[in-house]
Design a binder for this molecule. Structure first.
Ligand code: SIN
Length: 330
């Protein structure tokens, strides 16, 4: 399937949030000793010609290293995307982002927006100051996806591949081709500005917009506290018990949810599982997500704690936070 630009779709909005793609180092040969989030999004578009019939509009939403991504920036991004996508002449939105948490932002946006138009996150593994930066080609490819008439849902475009927000994971610390989509494989590829699609665009099971989009911009949202605890050789229940003690003592933000980063098919060290069951009995929602890079947890009849299917621990945490938020708002 090859898409070409439809004349009726005229604008792609490019939202900047920082990252290595906007990073600067003291020398062009340095691809690791840089500061992320230095170059403005309008400058990132400087050398990029808009495809014919398309206008690019740049907006700076944040300027940070994505390891420091905050819930409030997520909400701001989601609301900005929703507003822009509602404009009839906007074909899609591109978001420039750091690679380190791009999969979390993508999953969050797909879950809360379930957009019928494309929202395409892109990034770079080398800073803008590099002798050979990967950002400009990634941005060009992301714009091609955002302008493709059939495109929809939230994707991550990097190194010529289009990944679904639901499947994408950063799998390499250094190489420009740093992302993979596990068993599902990429949605497709971008080749010389054309999108070659291999499978369906991402679709959220619920397929409905989240209530949090209605939160007043700028007002602090109370995000439920959900912690991730890893099961490993020699694990104990000590961290969970401390969280339960805090909760019993009435701290301002008690733990509301726990994601167990479980081994293999969702198994958990017996000591950690005992503590997780105590948490469950105390009213904390507990989810098991596999530590494995690929595959999903296949449920067993004797499972005592819910599983997160194919979601990674970080994505399961977002899903649980949103579930708790929606339940509280109901
Ligand atoms: C970041 O995630 O903001 C820094 C690292 C990167 O973009 O590769």
């Amino acid at each position: 399937m090859v898409n070409s630009l439809s004349p009726s779709l005229r604008r792609v909005v490019v939202l900047g949030t920082g990252g290595t793609i906007a990073g600067r180092a003291a020398s062009g040969g340095d691809n690791i000793g840089y500061t992320a989030g230095q170059v403005g999004v309008a400058d990132l578009l400087g050398g990029i010609d808009a495809p014919e019939g398309l206008e690019l509009v740049a907006e700076q939403v944040a300027q940070l290293d994505s390891k420091d991504m905050s819930f409030d920036t997520w909400l701001q991004l989601a609301q900005r995307c929703a507003g822009r996508l509602a404009e009839a002449d906007v074909a899609g939105v591109v978001i420039t982002h750091g690679t380190d948490t791009i999969e979390e932002t993508a999953f969050f946006l797909q879950t809360v927006l379930a957009p019928g138009k494309p929202v395409v996150l892109t990034c770079a593994m080398r800073p803008a100051s590099s002798l050979s930066p990967d950002g400009p080609q990634n941005v060009r490819d992301a714009i091609a996806v955002a302008a493709a008439p059939s495109a929809k849902g939230v994707t991550v475009v990097c190194a010529g591949a289009i990944h679904s927000a639901l499947d994408v994971q950063k799998v390499h610390t250094y190489r420009p081709d740093a992302f993979a989509s596990g068993d599902a494989g990429p949605v497709g590829y971008v080749e010389e500005g054309a999108v070659r699609r291999l499978r369906d665009w991402p679709q959220s099971p619920a397929g409905k917009r989240s209530k949090i989009l209605e939160a007043k911009p700028g007002t602090a949202t109370r995000w439920p506290r959900v912690e991730i605890v890893t099961s490993h050789a020699g694990a104990s229940g000590a961290i969970i018990d401390l969280l339960l003690q805090e909760r019993a003592a009435g701290v301002a933000e008690p733990v509301r949810g726990l994601v167990l980063a479980a081994t293999g098919n969702g198994t958990v060290h017996h000591a950690l599982e005992a503590a997780a069951l105590r948490a469950h009995d105390a009213g904390v929602t507990v989810l098991r997500a596999t530590r494995c890079a690929s595959g999903r947890i296949l449920p067993r009849p004797d499972d005592r704690l819910r599983d997160a299917g194919a979601l990674t621990p970080v994505k399961a945490r977002i899903a649980l936070m949103l579930e708790l938020l929606e339940t509280a708002a109901a």
